[in-house]
Ligand binder design. Structure first.
Ligand code: GCO
Ligand code: MG
Length: 412
């Protein structure tokens, strides 16, 4: 099992995806997701110019050794570009090992710990009627856990809100929210924390009144609050029994979460922008969070995220792997295999890709009764259709950014 060929494929069926494809001398192929939304080409260059030359001629069976070699021999550690590149290699090697063994990857990771993965979808609306429509639409799509985001009076455009059925060709007509916009510059959105904090508890009260006490509800603060503001929101939302409050504050400063934790029993999830266990170390050891939001794609692959989640398990902290549409079907499959195998699975984010993406990536997972299952094909269970991929060349796209009313740049 010697790596003979390594191709980096960029395709944009509605949004940009970066995929690494490894081929061995005995003809096995493996896929890895290296998509970093809005900074895709930096990972392409890292892979093509620096990693691919090291892989040709290497032994594809040595997953742990390859991970350690790529991490340590770079000397420059961590960071989203490096860790997305390492993640792609790691996923592709697990895919190959599964195919060589004739087993789905979750079997290699210890076998299934559950029948399927509870998954949540993204409901949103600019006001309550649109939000209720979107929640109903998600219940009809089979979701049994729902993330709730709404507009805030006085703010034109904010994170997480699709205000109507999407016109986008690739959306299946859902209330889709795709933050990365194609174009030369990032779109500017606006923000006012005070208005948000005043408005949000009433939204959750209305949702609970309409949909009852049992539906698991989630919310994403998207890094926009200070620790004391986050503490106040967590406390204000306690009566509505959230499954989690996500990214309530930027967590580069892990100690900030101590303050939030002292004030609220609302469960906390964090970490979609983190890259290694070191970003979670204090949060886990001090039990400052309840869910690890790392993505397989941005945490250095299955090998690294599995270790982080095993560490988290010692503190009864569970997984909540990142799964928006900027995680490709390959990254989603890797998350599903890992989530099925680990003991401390919590919930899986699942936004659903559109029809064009599903033609580019042929997938074997199933979605039934609010549960995902990666399927039983050997490897990850995803194949890339190169003809379809070739139809959609890369298009520059940026995530939006925020400015306050006085023009100050704010976290988005
Ligand atoms: C989530 C995330 C996404 C990010 C996106 C940025 O919880 O799913 O916050 O919506 O904004 O991944 O590329
Ligand atoms: Mg998030």
């Amino acid at each position: 099992m010697i790596i003979d060929k390594a191709d980096v494929i960029v395709t944009s069926p509605g949004r940009n995806f970066v995929t690494l494809k490894l081929t061995t001398d005995d003809g096995l192929t493996g896929l890895g997701d290296a998509t970093l939304n809005g900074r895709e080409l930096a990972v392409v260059a890292y892979l093509r110019d620096h990693v691919v030359p090291l892989l040709i001629g290497a032994d594809a069976s040595r997953i742990e050794d390859t991970w350690q070699f790529l991490y340590r021999s770079a000397y420059w550690r961590r960071g989203p570009v490096t860790m997305a590149a390492i993640a792609a290699v790691d996923m592709a090697l697990w895919d190959i090992k599964g195919k060589a063994a004739g087993m789905p990857v979750y079997q290699l990771l210890g076998g299934a710990s559950r029948r399927g993965l509870m998954a949540y979808g993204h409901a949103s609306g600019k006001d309550l009627p649109e939000l209720f429509d979107s929640i109903h639409a998600h219940l009809e799509l089979g979701y049994r856990s729902i993330r709730v985001q709404t507009g805030v009076p006085g703010l034109k455009a904010i994170y997480g809100i699709a205000s109507q059925h999407s016109e986008a060709e690739d959306s299946r007509g859902r209330y889709d929210y795709e933050p990365a916009h194609r174009g030369a510059r990032p779109v500017e959105e606006d923000w006012d924390t005070r208005a948000y904090l005043t408005h949000l508890p009433g939204v959750f009260e209305a949702v609970r009144n309409e949909f009852g006490p049992d539906l698991p509800l989630l919310h994403d603060g998207h890094h926009r609050m200070t620790p004391i503001q986050a503490a106040r929101l967590g406390k204000a939302l306690e009566p509505y029994d959230l499954f989690w409050l996500e990214d309530c504050t930027p967590a580069e400063n892990q100690e900030a979460l101590r303050l939030v934790r002292q004030h609220t029993t609302t469960p906390l999830a964090i970490g979609e922008v983190f890259n290694t266990v070191w970003d979670f170390k204090d949060l886990i050891r001090e039990q400052l969070i309840d869910y690890v939001r790392g993505a397989v794609t941005h945490m250095g692959g299955i090998t690294a995220l599995k270790k982080t989640l095993e560490y988290a398990a010692m503190y009864q902290i569970k997984s909540g792997m990142h799964g928006p549409t900027d995680i490709s079907p390959v990254g989603m499959a890797a998350a599903m295999h890992l989530g099925l195998a680990i003991h401390n699975f919590g919930i899986q984010e699942y936004m659903q890709h559109g029809p064009k993406t599903d033609q580019v990536f042929e997938q074997s997972f199933t979605w039934r009764d609010g549960m995902l299952h990666p399927g039983d094909q050997p490897g990850l269970g995803v194949e890339l259709n190169l003809d379809e991929a070739g139809k959609y060349p890369y298009e520059r796209a940026y995530l939006p950014y925020n400015r306050l009313k006085d023009g100050t740049v704010h976290d988005w």
